[in-house]
Design a protein around this ligand. Structure first.
Ligand code: MIG
Length: 827
């Protein structure tokens, strides 16, 4: 039995301890500490400055360029310990997040703005100041401020990013904690959640900055003084490793930050199709039957997920012998229907000496140890469990090898859950310690330490091991990994889904700023449990969420144990029709979406982006988190409230085409858009060219040989778009086996330019649709009076589905050509 005094549910705890209110007090955020400021030392150099503190010890502040547009600011010194001795060191540990400068190349233009300078105790870049360094026994603190000519601060600072957080797009006004936490109660005030990414994108007056504080220990970001031009950061580890990212605007800064922490691999095309999940499909037959229902209902889908009940007693890397007796047969049957299988993997290994993963891990000394050198035993789904030390290369390789149990059965993707890591022995109400003890020792690639430093890295390191699993067992495939936890840079290994949301309208709304801020924080492959995880969705919520989900990067339906069924056919015929409609649209747009992912993996561009990416000077867009861009061409304005038949939409500068009816609007305009239950409010940005194709039932199905291309000219009559194509699964694209086409249209001529010719796409015919648009708003069909059906009824006999790309209606001209590079006149 271990002695865990702060853990009411810990080993040896009694029932009474568990409900002891004292033990369940929320932790103080941030803890009160008394800080002592640093003073400038005698020696000052151009790129280094020595700071002294009251006890005479010196700290070194240094500044240097890191890579294009990025400067690194470091503060290292001695952290005084309680007993007055010096603990910690001047040594800044190697980063898990940041790539070596030589490996960073996102093909970006050189940055020509003012480089920061180190000036005494401060770093200055334009009107941005980083300084005000302070220390206490338990944390380092600094502030970023803006100063303007007047003595009053500008009062005009906005911050975005910080990874996966509740709340709005804009992050000012509270203290945010960086500490990966398994938190299913996602109320607006809840913080933290599963992912920690200490990066902000901020605007100060008309200047944009990125600030990344690469320190995986617990941090607090205090944005309450943003309106007075100040952010304060506390980091509970004895060093600061800060990256100041400059660029021409939000897009370039995010691209630079993403390149700094690693571009994501291109996901295989199948993983951009639809994923069906539930906690859990309880046996092999149920999985196969569910997949068959998709086909019987003519529903496009590519993936089915197996949650923890496929395992034998929740032993990771095993199959339950009764309920999943023949996983190989199951995967084969699923594959024959065009389904791939993704299995959940949890890090906690059941302490059971008759189970090889445990006995081997124990023998090899691969589990995290308590300070006294004994193996730590926590408690998760399998009961008592130990946690692999993923900070070690040899442990990651060993973990990667265990995946053979899944891969040999035919599993195609890995879903890493519980990797905060969650440990039920912590405080179940205030969950920051619902994890393994801070004292656990890790070897951390030769820089040993404890979980204070490694906690936030645990998820990323587990994902690195899963990446290695693909490298070992499926070297020909890109693989697919979706994770719940992660730290900055996790995008190199995995995408992130937003965890345990609830079937609430509020959560549908909350997912938009959450995935936008994840995108700002470098993670392109993101999505939420469609329909909501906890509780039962209503048909109306489900229909709205489904349409929105089709316009998120990772599109998966999932639900909790014990909830009503959430498969698309379980809400009645009309909801099924709506789901099919948006699934078909998703599949039609795969060439477009895949191209957006190419931009993510080659240039660090998020797939879903806030409007401020394109219109950084339009200050109305800074708080806009119910509309967003999906790729470069679509603006999505999901309905996130019940019983709405219209919704308010703001169209920024430029020309806009209603996706369903080609109504042309000139921004900047506010309008009330029709939104019957069948209709996701959707616009195409004038100036776009969108490649798409006939929807298939799954991505292995033979595709039509016709590439469809829709042209939406801007007010000058011009448009452009990209198309990326490759073999959709392997790594050859990294050695140039892909094609990249640029479409441009002006003066009635469409030009296709081959930017890269390393692959032959499968389409041989091009069908071009030129949209001329209509300035007259059609009858919107959303009024309750008149002849049209009730816009919200999901039980009416007749349902009119809106027609994608305006259904090739009156304002659309169609042309057909062989698909090849060259120019063609459209008249
Ligand atoms: O503590 O594996 O977020 O998607 O269904 C619950 C069971 C553990 C949490 C995940 C959820 C998954 C569930 N898991």
């Amino acid at each position: 039995m271990q002695d865990r005094p702060n853990r009411p549910g810990g080993a040896g705890a009694t029932h009474a301890d568990f409900f002891n209110i004292e033990n369940l007090k929320p932790p103080e955020k941030p803890p009160q500490r008394s800080f002592i400021p640093f003073e400038a030392g005698d020696e000052e150099g151009g790129e280094e400055s020595l700071l002294t503190c009251a006890d005479g010890r010196t700290w070194k502040l240094s500044l240097g360029p890191y890579c294009e547009g990025v400067w690194r600011i470091r503060l290292a010194g001695a952290m005084p310990a309680d007993d007055g001795t010096s603990q910690g060191s001047r040594h800044i540990p190697s980063s898990w997040a940041v790539l070596p400068p030589d490996d960073i190349d996102a093909g970006m233009p050189a940055y020509e703005g003012a480089a920061p300078i180190l000036d005494g105790t401060e770093v200055r870049s334009g009107n941005c100041f980083i300084g005000d360094w302070k220390y206490s026994e338990s944390a380092l603190r600094f502030s970023m401020r803006i100063r303007t000519g007047s003595r009053r601060a500008s009062g005009n600072m906005r911050v975005f990013g910080l990874g996966e957080k509740m709340g709005l797009l804009e992050r000012s006004g509270r203290v945010w904690e960086m500490w990966n936490t398994d938190e299913p109660v996602q109320t607006p005030t809840q913080d933290p959640l599963y992912v920690s990414i200490p990066f902000v994108l901020c605007r100060m007056d008309m200047q944009w900055f990125g600030l990344f504080v690469d320190n995986p220990a617990r941090q607090y970001w205090d944005t309450r003084d943003c309106e007075r031009g100040k952010i304060t950061v506390d980091a509970e580890d004895g060093y600061l490793d800060i990256y100041l990212v400059r660029g021409d605007g939000p897009r370039e800064i995010v691209r630079r930050y993403t390149a700094l922490t690693g571009l994501p691999p291109l996901p295989p095309l199948w993983s951009l199709g639809y994923h069906q999940s539930r906690y859990s499909y309880m046996n092999q037959q149920e999985v196969v039957d569910t997949a068959a229902q998709f086909r019987a209902n003519d529903l496009p889908a590519d993936v089915i997920h197996l949650d923890i009940d496929y395992m034998d007693g929740y032993r990771v890397f095993t199959w339950d012998p009764e309920r999943f007796p023949e996983p190989e047969t199951m995967c084969r049957e699923l594959h024959a229907m065009g389904f791939r299988v993704v299995t959940i993997v949890d890090p906690g290994v059941k302490c059971d000496r008759d189970y090889s993963v445990y006995s081997e891990g124990e023998k090899k000394g691969f589990f995290c140890l308590l300070p006294d050198g004994t193996v730590y035993r926590g408690s998760v789904w399998p009961g008592t469990a130990s946690f692999p030390d993923f900070s070690r290369k040899d442990v990651r390789t060993w973990w990667a090898e265990q995946h053979v149990e899944l891969f040999s059965a035919g599993v195609a993707g890995i879903w890493n859950d519980m990797n905060e890591p969650a440990d039920f022995t912590g405080n179940p109400v205030y969950r920051p310690d619902f994890t393994v003890p801070d004292e656990l020792q890790v070897q951390n690639e030769g820089e040993p330490g404890d979980f204070r430093r490694f906690h936030n890295l645990y998820g990323s390191a587990m994902n690195a091991a899963a990446r290695e699993a693909f490298e070992i067992h499926r070297p020909e495939e890109r693989g697919f990994i979706i994770s719940r936890a992660g730290y900055a840079g996790v995008q190199r290994f995995a995408g992130i889904w937003t965890g345990d949301n609830t079937s609430w309208w509020e959560h549908l709304a909350a997912e938009i700023p959450m995935i936008l801020n994840l995108g700002i924080s470098g993670i392109a492959l993101t999505g939420a449990d469609v329909g909501g995880f906890q509780e039962d969705a209503s048909a109306q919520l489900y229909a709205r969420w489904f349409a929105f989900g089709a316009f998120t990067p990772y599109f998966r339906n999932h639900t909790e144990k014990g909830t009503a069924a959430h498969e698309p056919w379980t809400f009645g015929a009309q909801t099924l029709e709506i789901a099919r409609h948006y699934l078909r649209l998703r599949y039609a747009l795969l060439p477009y979406l895949y191209t957006a992912f190419y931009q993510a993996s080659s240039a660090g561009e998020p797939v879903v982006k806030p409007l401020l990416f394109e219109w950084p000077d339009d200050q109305r867009l800074e708080t806009m988190d119910n509309q967003y861009l999906f790729g470069d061409a679509f603006m999505v304005a999901p309905v996130v409230r019940p019983n709405k038949i219209r919704r308010d939409v703001y169209l920024p500068e430029g020309r806009w085409y209603g996706f369903w009816d080609d109504t042309v609007e000139e921004g900047e305009t506010d309008l009330l858009a029709p939104a019957p239950i069948t209709r996701l409010p959707l616009w195409v940005r004038g100036g776009s060219i969108i490649p798409h194709e006939e929807p298939r039932l799954h991505t292995d199905e033979a595709r039509s040989s016709v590439l469809l291309v829709d042209i939406y000219p801007d007010s000058t009559g011009a448009a452009e778009g990209l198309l990326y194509a490759d073999d959709e699964e392997g790594w050859e694209y990294r050695s140039g086996v892909y094609c990249l086409l640029r479409f441009s249209y002006s003066m009635n001529t469409l030009t296709i330019e081959m930017k890269h010719r390393g692959f032959h796409p499968q389409w041989d015919t091009l069908e071009v649709h030129l949209h001329r648009g209509s300035h007259r708003r059609p009858e919107d069909g959303s009024s309750r009076s008149g002849s049209t059906a009730d816009p919200l009824r999901l039980d009416s006999d007749h349902m009119e589905l809106p027609r994608p790309f305006a259904g090739g209606g009156a304002g659309v001209s169609t042309f057909s050509y062989p698909f090849k590079a060259g120019s063609m006149r459209l008249d």
